[in-house]
Design a protein around this ligand. Structure first.
Ligand code: PLP
Length: 384
């Protein structure tokens, strides 16, 4: 396994050839189907989300005997899996989500990959998976983006928010039916061009307060980014849709405190100038949320993280103490929350429209990610 060599480089600058993830030689036989250029042009013309994939994957293998090895960038291809691969039976898998952005000078940047690397390590520990060293995680996504730079969209249109979504995943690939942590693990990182989340202007969503199921209980896997959490949440998501809502608002196991929105963290703006977000052991520690809490002061807001009871939320929506609400995560950045449905009670937040702090924070973070304003926090890592 190589090192991130060349001591002269800063940690924010990577060179394509100096890497622990070398580009594997590209096959010489002609590809079947449309050429990469044609596929890419069609995908970038209408990326949507998670429907199209770039040409390469970063991959690495871990074995209990040899540790991490075989780190490389290869062509994207279907996987051959043994039917007994442990992940398919016991769900030992974790993932991450982050984005690469093209700036107006054509340089390409990844947002806070070190935070995702650290969270990936925490998720791995919870799922009894090996920890991928932070440098390897960051190098894998940076080298993947370097290999597939042509797949990073050029922001266009009024929203100008297109990006390349990066999806690292780690799973138990050992063929073994016994119940214990697998001794062979596969790491992959793939890339998928992503459109602006709101094609026709930022609009609010309605959340359904879920009392029928629990996403995460104390001591469970709620703070880990693992596939199982999502599997357990899909039925509630369908119920929310059936009730005319867009997303679920999860409560804690005692149904007393608010938690998060399944793929996004929740933030509230209060009439006394707080940016308030629930503290809990059982929610995902979002990079977007952390970034917004950091930016809060520049918007005259005090960041506060503490447990928030549903009863408090309800009362303060009714008496006007909650002036804005939004959900935040890498995919959607910020989604205004304009209403809640709790049983048959419909609660509209303020005037039912996206609030000014919500929209200002959204623009601030996007401007920073797309290089339209300076990055005083050193959150962006340049590719190439
Ligand atoms: C990924 C995720 C989030 C958002 O995290 P970001 O790092 O901001 O993308 C929130 N909640 C859950 C359950 C998630 O899986």
């Amino acid at each position: 396994m190589g090192e991130i060599a060349d001591a002269g480089l800063t940690r924010t600058s990577y060179h394509f050839r100096v890497t622990s993830f070398p580009l594997q030689s590209v096959p010489v036989h002609p590809e079947k189907g449309p050429s990469s250029d044609e596929r890419r042009a069609a995908a970038l013309a209408d990326p949507g989300f998670g429907r199209h994939f770039s040409d390469h994957v970063a991959r690495a293998r871990w074995t209990s005997d040899g540790g991490w090895d075989d780190t490389r960038i290869g062509r994207l291809a279907d996987l051959a899996m043994h039917p007994a691969s442990a992940v398919m039976h016991y769900g030992q898998s974790i993932f991450e989500g982050l984005k690469a952005y093209r700036h107006s000078d054509d340089s390409i940047w990844v947002f806070r990959p070190d935070r995702n690397a650290a969270r990936f390590a925490r998720s791995a520990e919870r799922l009894a998976l090996p920890v991928l060293p932070e440098e390897l995680f960051v190098d894998s996504v940076v080298q993947l983006v370097a290999a597939d730079a042509a797949w990073v969209p050029t922001p266009s249109g009024p929203d100008g928010e297109q990006s390349l979504y990066l999806r690292p995943v780690m799973y138990a690939s050992e063929a073994f039916l016994g119940v214990r942590p697998a001794k062979e693990i596969t790491y992959l990182a793939m890339a998928s061009p992503a459109d602006a989340y709101f094609a026709d202007g930022v609009h609010g969503v309605r959340l359904w307060v879920c009392r029928d199921w629990v996403r995460a209980a104390p001591g469970g896997t709620g703070a880990a980014k693992c596939g199982g959490n999502y599997a357990a949440s899909l039925v509630a998501q369908e119920q929310a849709r059936a009730r005319g809502c867009d997303q679920v608002l999860w409560l804690d196991a005692q149904q007393r405190h608010i938690e998060e929105s399944g793929t996004m963290n929740l933030c509230l703006v209060t009439d006394d100038g707080e940016l308030l977000t629930p503290a809990s052991e059982t929610i995902l520690d979002g990079v977007t949320r952390d970034s917004l809490l950091t930016l809060a002061g520049e918007h005259g807001l005090t960041p506060v993280m503490r447990p928030v009871e549903l009863a408090e939320l309800t009362a303060r929506i009714l008496d006007g103490g909650i002036t804005e609400a939004f959900a935040c995560g890498t995919a959607a950045v910020i989604t205004p929350v304009t209403a809640l449905l709790d049983g048959d009670r419909d609660l509209v937040v303020a005037d039912g429209r996206p609030g000014p702090a919500t929209l200002a924070l959204r623009e601030h973070l996007l401007d920073l990610q797309f290089g339209r304003r300076p990055d005083p926090y050193g959150w962006l890592r340049q590719v190439g």
